[in-house]
Design a binder for this molecule. Structure first.
Ligand SMILES: *[C@@H]1O[C@H](CO)[C@@H](O)[C@H](O)[C@H]1NC(C)=O
Length: 228
């Protein structure tokens, strides 16, 4: 209990200093504040620290070092689960992350014919999402990149929610029948599954599409029962 309390104290101190001594307050430093005990799985690429969860697997193993480490996670959802994905950045560039419903997603919609449920989103210049084959792999959403410090996402069946830079006014979501299919949905190209993939500092199925800047990731399962 004690170490955890200390850590929370630091966070409150951060906020308190912000409120009382505007000159000392550093929004960037406070927003990068994250602690592994709040998450089911946690990766700090600089410290080479990892805490594992049985439903979060390494699909393409991680190589490189620090905030340029890159690899792909396989995220195995239980029925009704949502997954909080909290990423801390330093100077993100290129293919920062790619979250998709197919193991061969490679950015800008579509995959290598692995799944018809192959919706994906990417932080590459802009934050954009592409429908699955169900809706012709078309652009689902796109917006300017304002992710330089932290991206907090909640992925669930047919929906994704995100929140940037610890700023509540950035909260946004996208839901569609052509989005992540995590409820034993029929798939016309591959096996039925409730998995997503997360490419970190790279695209999921395209190792040549690389980026940098993701330094830490926390994953937390939010158990639920709603499916769409
Ligand atoms: C806040 O901290 C960051 C990271 O150490 C630093 O780059 C930035 O210049 C600081 N901002 C201010 C306003 O002091």
């Amino acid at each position: 209990m004690a170490p955890r309390f200390d850590v929370k104290n630091l966070y409150f101190l951060c906020l308190f200093i912000g409120a009382s001594l505007a000159a000392s307050y550093n929004e960037t430093l406070c927003c990068r504040y994250i602690h592994e005990s709040d998450y089911d799985a946690f990766y700090d690429f600089k410290k080479r620290f990892s805490k594992h969860d049985p439903q979060i697997k390494m699909f393409h193993s991680f190589t490189g070092s620090g905030c340029s480490m890159r690899g792909v996670f396989k995220l195995e959802f239980g029925r009704g689960d949502r997954l909080l994905i909290d990423m801390i950045f330093e100077d993100p560039q290129g293919w920062v992350y790619n979250l998709g419903d197919s193991s061969t997603n490679n950015g800008y919609g579509g995959d290598a014919g692995t799944q018809s449920n192959d919706a994906e989103m990417q932080l590459y210049g802009t934050l954009s999402g592409y429908y699955s084959d169900v809706k012709g792999s078309q652009l689902a959403f796109g917006m300017a990149n304002n992710n330089n410090v932290r991206a907090t996402l909640l992925a669930g069946d047919h929906c994704v929610t995100w929140y940037n830079e610890c700023d509540p006014t950035s909260l946004n979501y996208f839901c569609s029948k052509g989005w992540f299919a995590l409820n034993d949905d029929h798939d016309s190209e591959g096996p039925v599954n409730n998995d997503l993939y997360l490419g970190v500092n790279r695209a999921i199925g395209a190792p040549e599409l690389v980026g940098k800047g993701v330094c830490k990731i926390g994953f937390k399962w939010i158990r639920g029962s709603n499916t769409y």
